[in-house]
Write a protein that binds this ligand. Structure first.
Ligand code: PBG
Length: 325
């Protein structure tokens, strides 16, 4: 054996402290952004059937939900509204007293140190369930921009710290940036869902947010899962239009794309660990087929290793608990 030439990689794996010494990727609580679903009404705390542990909450329960996060050391949330009334143009999305605007105001009053991110889209608010305005059976890109901009401005007025447009209309970053600047919100950053695929992994979210399209699908505006170069074109436009953060979504099936975006652009990169990714792990763990804690930490770490600086995840509370152990 003594004449064999090889490297001894195992030297650096011998003990727990040695492994900690050479660990390259670290997950921190500050990396985590927790998504919340707010509904109208009172005393509502509905567990989403396909997302065990995730609830739709009414404003009176929002306080305890936020306090729980703060106690766990989570400092950022992204807010999704589930309005009780929908119409053709999604007017509850940009109403000053819309469910999201009220939720944002309440969170900022009660926990001003939390960073509140507003998801800016129309799909939960339109009766047809599409992310933009429908004209003759098609999503009208440029008309949609006006409604989305108005939505972003009312969210900023309510106190949102970051605007996160997820609708995949062309020019949405440029339109929203201009709208925010004109309304006096030049200091509010845009976290763009720059690279968003038309994905089956969003299924459970659509149950949680009641946002399934009532006809057709989202493939005419969300991206084809087969495409990599298109992701770079999408990210490039959003960088040029003034985005402050880039999101790649979903996360797990798109880690290659995440790495490419990270290597090309120097903006903070956000992984959206979406609903279907959450549900799959929860279901397998409930069956006793995988070790939930280990698998959650491994998956979140893989997103950071792929280049994500931040992770939007329904596992944020679990991960914060694990990090405390
Ligand atoms: C709204 C939006 C969606 C998600 C975030 N924002 C749904 C969709 O595009 O259909 C999905 C999030 C998740 O699955 O966790 N456009």
């Amino acid at each position: 054996m003594s004449d064999l030439q090889f490297k001894r990689h195992r030297r650096l794996r011998r003990t727990d402290s040695m492994r900690a010494l050479v660990r390259e990727t670290h997950l921190r609580k500050d990396d985590l952004i927790y998504p919340i679903f707010v509904v109208e009404g009172e005393q509502v705390k509905n567990e989403v059937a396909s997302m065990p542990g995730v609830h739709q909450v009414s404003l009176d329960y929002l306080t305890e939900e936020m306090n729980e996060l703060v106690n766990l050391g989570i400092r950022s949330v992204i807010v999704f509204g589930v309005p009780s009334e929908k119409d053709e143009v999604g007017s509850q999305a940009y109403h000053q007293e819309g469910i999201v605007q009220r939720a944002i105001r309440q969170i900022k009053e009660e926990n001003p140190s939390l960073t509140v991110i507003a998801d800016t889209c129309l799909c939960q608010y339109t009766d047809h369930g599409h992310c933009g305005i429908v004209r003759d059976g098609d999503i009208d890109n440029d008309e949609s921009l006006n409604y989305l901009t108005q939505t972003a401005v009312t969210q900023a007025e309510a106190g949102a710290d970051i605007i996160a447009p997820s609708n995949m209309m062309d020019g949405f970053v440029a339109a929203i940036r201009k709208g925010l600047d004109e309304a006096g919100f030049s200091n509010i950053p845009v976290m763009s869902y720059a690279v968003k695929y038309a994905s089956a992994f969003y299924g459970p979210f659509r149950d949680a947010a009641h946002s399934s399209p009532q006809f057709g699908d989202r493939r005419a505006y969300q991206m084809d899962p087969s495409n990599r170069l298109e992701a770079i074109r999408e990210a490039q436009s959003d960088v040029d239009e003034g985005a402050d953060f880039l999101i790649v979504k979903p996360a797990l099936a798109y880690l290659d794309v995440m790495r490419e975006v990270k290597d090309r652009y120097n903006l903070p990169l956000v992984a959206y660990n979406v609903s279907g990714e959450y549900s799959m792990i929860k279901a397998a763990a409930q069956n006793g087929w995988v070790n939930e804690q280990e698998i959650v930490m491994e998956k979140l770490t893989s997103m950071k290793r792929a280049g994500a600086d931040l992770i939007i995840t329904y596992f944020a509370k679990d991960a914060a608990n694990y990090l405390d152990q």
